[in-house]
Design a binder for this molecule. Structure first.
Ligand SMILES: *[C@@H]1O[C@H](CO)[C@@H](O)[C@H](O)[C@H]1NC(C)=O
Ligand SMILES: *[C@@H]1O[C@H](CO)[C@@H](O)[C@H](O)[C@H]1NC(C)=O
Ligand SMILES: *[C@@H]1O[C@H](CO)[C@@H](O)[C@H](O)[C@H]1NC(C)=O
Ligand SMILES: *[C@@H]1O[C@H](CO)[C@@H](O)[C@H](O)[C@H]1NC(C)=O
Length: 792
C-alpha cells in the first residue's frame, strides 16, 4: 500500500510512539447506533439499613427510570444501557439516538451527556538519571530506601491491559495481598491469565469499545485483561514493576529494569483495544467504568497514558473519572500528549490531575555512517550489523523506484516501492515520511538491501530516534542527510559503511525536552499552567507483551520481553511511580499535597545546572516542562505543600461558570453551595501561578501548609526570576510556622514595570519567572513557576 501521504502533517513525523495518541473525532461508522455517557455526578452515600449491593441496584433502577421516562419504555432503556455507574460515579452509558441524548440532557439532575468518544494511548536508566540509583547500586539515601520501595501503595493503570507472565510482575519480593483490597482477577475467559501478590488485580472494560465499533463484545481478545499490544505492560511496569536483572531491549541498555515504586502492588484496568474506528482505541464509557472500579477496589495511584482533545470537563471521561478518584484520595497522573512542539497542544488539563511532559535521559544509542572520509552520527537499536570492514555501495531510494511504484513512495521507502534488482547488496538512503520508520527498513530488507540510512526531512529537524530496525540501519539529521545525498550525486560509485550502535551514557545536555512532548498554554483555562512537570519519556526500557511486535507492524514477527519506547505515555508512569513513593512515606497526604511535593521540588535546570533546553537547543519554558524535571529524593520532603481540597476544586468549577446545580451533584455526600462571590480561577491553590492577561495590577492568593518534619520553621519568599517587564511582590515576605499541618496564606502581586519593555515575542507574549519559599537552612526550597502574559 502506498503510504507516502504527502498531505500528512509533518508534525506527526516527530512522534515517537508506535501507537500515537491523537484523539480522533467521536467514531460512528454509518450503520452503528451512537453511544453516549449520561453523567449524573456523585452518589449520595448510602441510606441507613441499605447494603452496598442494594444501593447499587437502586441506582441502576433509577437509571432505567430516567432513560425509560424519555424513551417511554423501560425495557428499551434496559437494553440500551451498557454501563450503569453506581459505586462512586453516578451515571450510565447507553446506545441512543442523538435526539434522545439531547432530550436526556434536559432532564433534572443530568450534569452532562457526551458521546462515547475514543482516545489514543500516549510510550532503565531513568531512575539512575534521577539519582535514585547510582552505578546500578541503591545508596542508603535513595528515595527507594527512604520510601520503602513504595511497598504500601497500590498503583493502577488504565491502558491496554497487562502481560501477567512478564518478570516485571513477579511477586517474589511481595508479602500477602492487603486484606482491604477489593479488586479481582477477571480471567474467566482467559484462565491462563493469573494474578499474584504483585499483580493483585486485572479487569477489562470493553462495552464502550463494542458499542462504538458496532460489534458484540464476544471476541476472545476483547474478553481478557491480557495486553496484546505492549503499551499497558510498559506503562504499568514503569510505575510499579518488580526488579528484573539482565533486562535489555534488543541487547541494548542491559541492566536492572524496575518501576518507580518497585514494591508497590499493581492492578491493570484494560480500556484500550485494537483500533475500532478512525484509529481510536480507548473509549470514554470504558475509561469511566475503569475509574469507578479502581476507586471501589481501593487503589492509591492511577496512571492513565491516554488522552484526547481538550474538552469541557463535564464531557471528558478522564477529567470526570479523575475528579471522583481525587475525591477518594487517589493521585492521578496523565500524559500531556505527543502533539508537540507546537504551543497550546497539551491535553488532560484538569487541575486535579498531574499532567506529565516528556524529556530525555543521559543515555543514547549512537551509530555512525561513514562515507567520503566523513563520519556522521545517528541513532539505532538494530540487532544485525554489516560484516567486515569493506564499504558497500550507497544509493538514494529515489534512484531505485520499483516498476509500478511512485517516486513519492520510494522516497520514504514505502513497502514494495524499491526495485530489488537495483537495491541488492546496497545501503539505501530513505527519507522520513508518514510510514513507520522500522517499516522503511523492512522495505529495504525485502528488496535485498544491505543496510539503510534514514534521513530526517526538513521539518524533522534535530530529533533522531533509535529504532529496532530489522537490518543494519541508523537515523541521521536533515543537515547530515543533505551532505550524504550530495555525495551520492557527486560520484559514479558512491560507497559507505554503517558502524554498530552502542549504549552510551553520560550524554549531555540532559534532560532535553522531547520534540513530541505537548506544550502549554492550557487552551481551556490559561489560569492553570499545564503541563505540571516533566519526567523521562525518551528511550524507556520496560516490559512488553509476548503477543506484540516491538514495532506494531503485522509483518514484524519479533517478540521481546522488554521494549524501548518513547512518549508522554512513558513519562506519566514515572510520575505515578514516584507518587507511589510519596504515598508510602506519607499515607495521609492528599493527592494535591503529593502533586505539590512533586512539582515544587522539580528543577528547571539540567545536569550541568543550565536551563533545560527544548529540542531546538534553546532554553525551554514552563510551557514545556511545567514546574520542571522531577527530583524524587526531594519530593519525599518538600517542607511546604500547596494543598487543595475537593471544595477548592468544586469552587474552581463554580468559578468556571458551571451551573451550581451540576457542581452540587459532584458532591452528593454533602450538598454543595457555590460561594456567593465566585473565587478567581487564578486563586485555585495551585503549585504554579499563571496570569494570562495582566491588563491591570493583579494579585493572586495562595496558601502553603507546613508538612514538617519540623514543627517550627520560618520561610522567606524570593522572586528568583521576575517575568520580563513584570514586577512581582510577595506579601507577607516571611511565613512563620509553629506546627505541622499549619496553613498560611500569602499573596503574589504582578504589575507591568514602568517604563514598559516590549512584550517578548516567540512565546506568544508570555514571560516566565519563579518564586521560591526557603526555610533558610537550605533544607527546603519550595519553588513555583510564574507565567504571565502582558496585555498587548
Ligand atoms: C441548572 O441546570 C438544571 C438542569 O440541568 C436546571 O434545572 C437549573 O435551572 C439550572 N440552574 C441554573 C442556575 O441555571
Ligand atoms: C546483561 O547483563 C547480565 C548481568 O550482568 C549478563 O549476564 C547478560 O549476559 C547481559 N546480557 C546482554 C544481552 O548483554
Ligand atoms: C521494469 O520495467 C523495465 C522497463 O519497462 C523492464 O525492462 C524491466 O524488466 C521491468 N522490471 C521488472 C522487475 O518487472
Ligand atoms: C568528498 O570529500 C572531498 C574531500 O574531502 C571533498 O572535497 C568533497 O567536497 C566531498 N564531496 C561531497 C559531495 O561532499
Amino acid at each position: 500500500m502506498g503510504t507516502a501521504a504527502a498531505a500528512e502533517p509533518t508534525r506527526r513525523l516527530l512522534l515517537i510512539l508506535p501507537v500515537f495518541l491523537f484523539l480522533c473525532s467521536p467514531p460512528h461508522a454509518a450503520s452503528v447506533m451512537p453511544s453516549y455517557i449520561v453523567y449524573l455526578g456523585g452518589h449520595s452515600g448510602h441510606a441507613r439499613g441499605v447494603s452496598t449491593e442494594e444501593a447499587s441496584m437502586m441506582a441502576t433502577e433509577s437509571h432505567y427510570d430516567l432513560l425509560g421516562s424519555v424513551l417511554g419504555d423501560r425495557e428499551k432503556a434496559r437494553d440500551a444501557i451498557f454501563y450503569s455507574y453506581t459505586k462512586n460515579i453516578n451515571g450510565f452509558a447507553a446506545t441512543l439516538e442523538p435526539h434522545v441524548a439531547a432530550a436526556i440532557a434536559k432532564q433534572p439532575g443530568v450534569v452532562s451527556v457526551f458521546p462515547n468518544g475514543g482516545r489514543r494511548m500516549h510510550t532503565t536508566r531513568s531512575w539512575e538519571f534521577m539519582g535514585i540509583e547510582m552505578g546500578g547500586q541503591i545508596p542508603p539515601w535513595s528515595a527507594w530506601e527512604t520510601a520503602r520501595y513504595g511497598e504500601d501503595t497500590i498503583i493502577a493503570n488504565l491502558d491496554s491491559g497487562v502481560w501477567p507472565e512478564s518478570l516485571s510482575f513477579n511477586d517474589g519480593e511481595m508479602g500477602p495481598i492487603p486484606d482491604d483490597w477489593k479488586g479481582i482477577c477477571q480471567n474467566e475467559h482467559d484462565p491462563k491469565f493469573k494474578c499474584n501478590s504483585k499483580l493483585i488485580g486485572a479487569r477489562y472494560f470493553n462495552k464502550g469499545y463494542a458499542a462504538a465499533a458496532g460489534v458484540p463484545p464476544v471476541a476472545p481478545s476483547l474478553n481478557t485483561p491480557r495486553d496484546d499490544v505492549g503499551h499497558g505492560s510498559h506503562t504499568l511496569s514503569t510505575a510499579g514493576g518488580s526488579a528484573v536483572n539482565g533486562a535489555n531491549a534488543f541487547g541494548y541498555g542491559n541492566g536492572t529494569a524496575r518501576g518507580g515504586s518497585p514494591r508497590a502492588r499493581v492492578a491493570a484496568y484494560r480500556v484500550c483495544f485494537e483500533p475500532a474506528v478512525d484509529d481510536t482505541e480507548c473509549f470514554d464509557a470504558d475509561i469511566l467504568a475503569a475509574f469507578e472500579a479502581a476507586i471501589a477496589d481501593g487503589v492509591h495511584v492511577i496512571t492513565a497514558s491516554v488522552g484526547g482533545d481538550p474538552q469541557d470537563f463535564r464531557d471528558d471521561a478522564v477529567a470526570l473519572g479523575s475528579l471522583h478518584a481525587v475525591k477518594a484520595g487517589i493521585t492521578v497522573a496523565c500524559s500531556a500528549s505527543n502533539s508537540g512542539p507546537d504551543p497550546g497542544t497539551v491535553t488532560n488539563l484538569a487541575p486535579w490531575v498531574i499532567t506529565v511532559a516528556a524529556s530525555t535521559t543521559d543515555r543514547d544509542f549512537p551509530a555512525y555512517v561513514v562515507f567520503n572520509r566523513t563520519r556522521v552520527p545517528g541513532q539505532s537499536l538494530s540487532q544485525a550489523w554489516l560484516r567486515g570492514k569493506a564499504f558497500y555501495p550507497l544509493v538514494a531510494s529515489t534512484d531505485v523506484v520499483a516498476n509500478g511504484s511512485t517516486a513519492d513512495d520510494a522516497q520514504v521507502c514505502a513497502l514494495g516501492s524499491l526495485d530489488a534488482a537495483k537495491v541488492k547488496g546496497k545501503i539505501v538512503v530513505c527519507i522520513r515520511g508518514a510510514n513507520r520508520r522500522v517499516e522503511k527498513g523492512e522495505t529495504v530488507r525485502r528488496a535485498g538491501g544491505a543496510g539503510m540510512v534514514l534521513v530526517n526531512d526538513e521539518v524533522g529537524g534535530t530529533t533522531v530516534i533509535a529504532d529496532p530496525h530489522v537490518l543494519p540501519a541508523l537515523h541521521i539529521t536533515y543537515a547530515d542527510g543533505l551532505q550524504l545525498l550530495a555525495y551520492i550525486k557527486s560520484t559514479s560509485a558512491p560507497s559507505g559503511f554503517i558502524s554498530k550502535a552502542r549504549t552510551k551514557t553520560g550524554t549531555k545536555p540532559a534532560p532535553v525536552m522531547a520534540a513530541f512532548s505537548s506544550q502549554g498554554p492550557n487552551v481551556l483555562q490559561p489560569e492553570i499552567l499545564k503541563p505540571d512537570v516533566t519526567a523521562p519519556g525518551v528511550d524507556i526500557i520496560a516490559a512488553w507483551s509476548g503477543m506484540a511486535a516491538p514495532s506494531d507492524r503485522p509483518w514484524d514477527q519479533r517478540r521481546v520481553a522488554f521494549s524501548i519506547q518513547s512518549g508522554t505515555s512513558m513519562s506519566c508512569p514515572h510520575i505515578a511511580g514516584i507518587a507511589g513513593l510519596v504515598k508510602t512515606l506519607h499515607p495521609d497526604w492528599s493527592p494535591s499535597a503529593i502533586k505539590s511535593a512533586i512539582m515544587t521540588t522539580a528543577t528547571a535546570t539540567d545536569m550541568d545546572r543550565r536551563p533545560i533546553l527544548n529540542p531546538f537547543r534553546a532554553p525551554s519554558t514552563p510551557f514545556g516542562y511545567g514546574a520542571g524535571h522531577v527530583f524524587p529524593q526531594r519530593a519525599l520532603d518538600p517542607g511546604l505543600v500547596y494543598d487543595a481540597s475537593t471544595e477548592d476544586y468544586l469552587d474552581f468549577l463554580c468559578a468556571l461558570g458551571f451551573n451550581a446545580t451540576s457542581v452540587a451533584t459532584f458532591n452528593h455526600e454533602k450538598p454543595y453551595q457555590c460561594p456567593a462571590v465566585a473565587v478567581s480561577l487564578q486563586d485555585l491553590n495551585y503549585p504554579s501561578i499563571a496570569v494570562p492577561d495582566l491588563a491591570a495590577p493583579t494579585t493572586v492568593r495562595r496558601r502553603v501548609k507546613n508538612v514538617g518534619p519540623a514543627q517550627r520553621g520560618v520561610y522567606t519568599a524570593a522572586v528568583v526570576r521576575e517575568p520580563e517587564g513584570v514586577r512581582v511582590t510577595v506579601d507577607p515576605p516571611t511565613l512563620e510556622f509553629v506546627a505541622v499541618g499549619e496553613e498560611k496564606e500569602f499573596r503574589v502581586s504582578f504589575a507591568v514595570k514602568v517604563p514598559a519593555v516590549p512584550v517578548p515575542e516567540g512565546a506568544g507574549g508570555y514571560a516566565f519567572g519563579a518564586v521560591v519559599w526557603s526555610d533558610g537552612a537550605g533544607n527546603h526550597l519550595v519553588r513555583s513557576p510564574l507565567v504571565v502574559k502582558r496585555h498587548v
